[in-house]
Design a protein around this ligand. Structure first.
Ligand SMILES: NC(=O)c1ccc[n+]([C@@H]2O[C@H](COP(=O)([O-])OP(=O)(O)OC[C@H]3O[C@@H](n4cnc5c(N)ncnc54)[C@H](OP(=O)(O)O)[C@@H]3O)[C@@H](O)[C@H]2O)c1
Length: 309
């Protein structure tokens, strides 16, 4: 089978398509023939060597996949031909930039007809991150005021829709060119982060979902109501933020997303009742992964980037 691998750390050009042995599923795992692969900013950082999660090269990046079960000799949960998607094994290596992936049966769910393979591959990492932050950790409910930072990006565009589906009033920060996009997803108020300081434009927030870190996450403490909850996914200084939040009478959580099938099924339910759609900014063929990673690094995306196999 073909995989996308790298033999050194560096820019997008280190990624190459090569032949590799097919993975062998263990008992409790399935072999999935991959149709589409979702890309995430983390993968650009791993490729460049900014994080040591996968050790030294050579390695194969990738977690978000949608495809068809090729073989399921060691599990009763799936049969060949089943359409599945998920983010198996995260954050251990899943080697998903590949034609075939071996995945724990429980890390996959059935692909709904309402999602193409491309859309399904775009959903797991960003969808589960938003779900775990807003639903599992913050327990967002009707009438809550929720601030989603980076509402036009991968996590943000799904988070807006989840918060709306649970009845929240959603404020989001996004660049002005994405105003119509985020309003179309249901955002009630949009703050153009290039023009307006969000701390002057919103207050009494119940939950902040931070996708940005840096100054933004620290300054977000100021817009929460007493007892409000700051949830971040940037893991820069969770201990410091937690202490500052506690001193101010606020709650704080840092997320490391995990491949929870219950959350994935929650996302599927929202898709099936028309409350959640996945926006794919651009699709690249497998062989054009270098161009895809250039686009990933350039940022300012509207939703997601996906590779097709
Ligand atoms: N901890 C975890 O488990 C976990 C899981 C998933 C993701 N993450 C991390 O979460 C971050 C977001 O991921 P993603 O997939 O959503 O990335 P993304 O698709 O690149 O989205 C980031 C968004 O932020 C916007 N943005 C940039 N500067 C901004 C500012 N000052 N104010 C408001 N918006 C701003 C960008 O759009 P414009 O520049 O056009 O405004 C872009 O739409 C990444 O660092 C990722 O690695 C962590």
């Amino acid at each position: 089978m073909r995989v996308i691998t790298q033999h050194s750390l560096g820019g997008p050009e280190v990624l190459t398509v090569e032949d590799a042995p097919e993975p062998r599923p263990l008992p409790t795992e399935v072999l999935v023939r991959v149709a589409a692969i979702g890309l995430n900013p983390l993968e650009a950082r791993l490729r460049a060597g900014e994080m040591p999660l996968l050790g030294g090269p050579p390695f194969v990046l990738g977690w978000d996949v949608s495809g068809v079960v090729e073989a399921a000799p060691g599990t009763w949960r799936w049969r060949p031909g089943d359409e599945v998607f998920g983010m198996p094994l995260f954050p251990r290596p899943a080697r998903a930039y590949a034609e075939l992936v071996a995945a724990p049966a429980l890390h996959l769910v059935r692909r709904p007809a309402a999602l193409s393979h491309v859309e399904a591959a775009a959903l797991p990492v960003v969808g589960l991150t938003a779900w775990q932050g807003l639903v599992d950790l913050a327990g967002v409910s009707a009438g809550d005021r929720v601030l989603v930072h980076g509402g036009g990006g991968g996590v943000g565009h799904v988070a807006i829709q989840i918060a709306k589906a649970f009845g929240a009033h959603v404020v989001t920060t996004a660049s002005g060119s994405k105003r119509e996009f985020v309003e179309g997803l249901g955002a009630d108020e949009v703050i153009d982060h290039r023009e307006v300081d969000f701390t002057t434009a919103v207050r009494d927030v119940d939950v902040v979902l931070d996708t940005l870190g840096g100054r933004t996450v620290w300054r977000s403490l100021a817009v929460l109501r007493p007892g409000g909850h700051l949830v971040t996914m940037t893991s820069e200084d969770d201990a410091g933020l937690g202490a500052a939040a506690a001193a101010a009478g606020l709650r704080f959580s840092g997320i490391a997303v995990d491949p929870d099938p219950v959350g994935l099924r929650g996302l599927v339910e929202l898709v099936e009742r028309g409350a959640l759609r996945v926006h794919v900014d651009r699709v690249f063929p497998f062989e054009q992964v270098v161009e895809a990673h250039r686009a990933l690094e350039a940022g300012h995306l509207r939703g997601k980037l996906v590779l097709t196999v």
